[in-house]
Design a protein around this ligand. Sequence first.
Ligand code: AMP
Ligand code: GLY
Length: 420
Amino acid sequence: MNVLLVGSGGREHALAWRLAQSPLLDRLYAAPGNPGIAEHAECVAIAGTDQAALLAFCREHDVRFVVVGPEQPLVEGLADTLREAGIAVFGPSAAAAQLEGSKGFTKDLCQRADIPTAGYVRVTSLEAARNALGTFGLPVVIKADGLAAGKGVTIASSPQEADAALAALFDGPGAEAVIEEFLTGEEASLFVLTDGTSYLPFGSAQDHKRVGDGDVGPNTGGMGAYSPARVLTPELEQLAIDTIVRPTIEKLAEEGMPYSGVLYAGLMLTPLGPKLIEYNARFGDPECQVLMMRLESDLLEVMLATAEGRLAGHKVRFSDDPALTVVVAARGYPGTPAAGGAITGIDTAEAHGARVFQAGTRRDGEALVASGGRVLTVTATGPSVREAQAAAYRAVDRIAFADGFCRRDIGWREIAREEG
Ligand code: AMP
Ligand code: GLY
């Protein structure tokens, strides 16, 4: 079978690496891909947002299955376009992808299905927002409604800060926001494959969203992750599935927008049990890299079963050994990153079993150079998170990338527990 993978980040590099190992695969294409993905797939210069070109490519190259990595094409309806043309897709319809595309949609769904989440109001004007603010304590959480690449959330500790965030948000026309109760606890991410009816838990992870060691500084797309997130015990995972994930899948199906693909639940483990912070309609980046490191089953087979509504009875195996990934970003990230910095030493870094998944890279002649904020995700496994961390940083230290930086404490919560 010929498969097309849509996307160009570290997540897609990890997916390409696993898809390429499947005995079901004939040819793997990637649009647009990156130099790392090019080691496993033939890259074609088509953007994930160019639905017509992607569909034409599938027809010309006998592509029967498309795996969509990032959220933007899903929210825009790429899966609908391809399915209407008879092509199987891993990834939800535009209607179901609203779970990620609209915070208000998700909060309203939680309310209709009685799913535990932070108390909230949806607002469409600055005046309404200011009026609603008084009903919340501090800190208060303010979110832009639509896709914001992790940058649309403000946790305001004072009324002034809240007001400033709202004023910025309602600066233009057509803005919409959600104001939320602040939840306390530890965060964990749960991944579940679903074909709209059946579901299959697909691992957990913990991300590190702030740019600096000790979780300080601005939010990013994620600076590192490890899997599994043991803080999400088997009991808590079951509780999250029973109270959050399954009711979501059932409600969406009941309302005529069945969800097909991977559902990524961002959870807050509160003293009252798991509560939903947000849904994403795709794998996390860099959480996908640690899941793929641990996955022992055929990725293409389970993705196809998901897309074709055959998930019931499927099982997958993950290694018990934890995996940990460190993001190497370009200086300046999450602001404007330094572009063009040369990268060498990936082969040496990979010589002892670590995998360097490429995110923002491009070829400049023979050289590999940086071309984005998050540039590499350096991933390793070990018998403990501490050992996986040591292996990942040994690999990071073999890479020469003068313009790069990384956090040095990925996995710190779990390592404190392991050693505590
Ligand atoms: P989101 O884009 O919804 O994942 O929000 C980004 C980050 O903001 C989350 O990972 C949390 O750390 C934090 N956050 C979002 N909503 C809440 C909330 N209601 N209470 C506490 N923290 C939150
Ligand atoms: N690492 C967070 C995300 O992919 O949304």
